[in-house]
Design a protein around this ligand. Structure first.
Ligand code: FES
Length: 163
């Protein structure tokens, strides 16, 4: 394990994953997916642990984790806000929505709010263009947005979290 590693994850949570998928580096992507489900992202100590248990190297595991956009190397906020920047949403004002969210919550694409409540990620077409402009928060889709409506939705979630 890396001596410069400051993160301390409960690595025993991966025992069952290794039991099921073995120590074959051919299953690396599946193991990373399971690890991300468990930890919410891929902490560095988990990456070293996976490398050691899949006949791989940390460099290789990091290489795979950074190549595929589905993997996150940083923790995400409690709510993941995916703002569609596909063509239909772009034409219908996605940029204005992004600007409003960024200004109101002091956040930028790929970032997380200071309180850890929201992470913002611009994404390609979410597949519901007829509702554009669209954002998805966790697994809920919000359509026909305006900048005001988007900000209001996030404030609603913030209020809920505070209660
Ligand atoms: S472009 Fe946004 S849902 Fe298709």
């Amino acid at each position: 394990m890396c001596s410069c590693n400051h993160e301390k994850s409960d690595l025993s949570l991966l025992d069952d994953v290794f039991k099921k998928y073995g120590n074959d580096s051919g299953n690396l992507i599946t193991v990373l997916q399971k690890a991300q489900e468990i930890y919410g992202y891929l902490p560095i100590d988990v990456i070293y642990h996976i490398a050691a248990n899949t006949n791989s190297t940390p460099a290789k595991v990091i290489g795979v984790a950074t190549f595929y956009t589905q993997f996150r190397l940083k923790p995400v906020g409690k709510h993941l806000v995916m703002l569609c920047k596909g063509t239909a949403c772009h034409v219908n004002g996605a940029d204005g929505i992004e600007k409003a969210i960024c200004e109101e919550f002091n956040i930028e694409d790929g970032g997380t709010t200071e309180d850890g409540l929201f992470s913002l990620k611009n994404v390609a077409c979410l597949g519901c263009c007829s509702l554009s402009p669209v954002m998805m928060i966790d697994d809920v889709t919000y359509g026909s947005l305006t900048p005001e409506k988007a900000v209001e939705i996030l404030h609603g979630l913030k209020k809920e979290a505070a209660e």
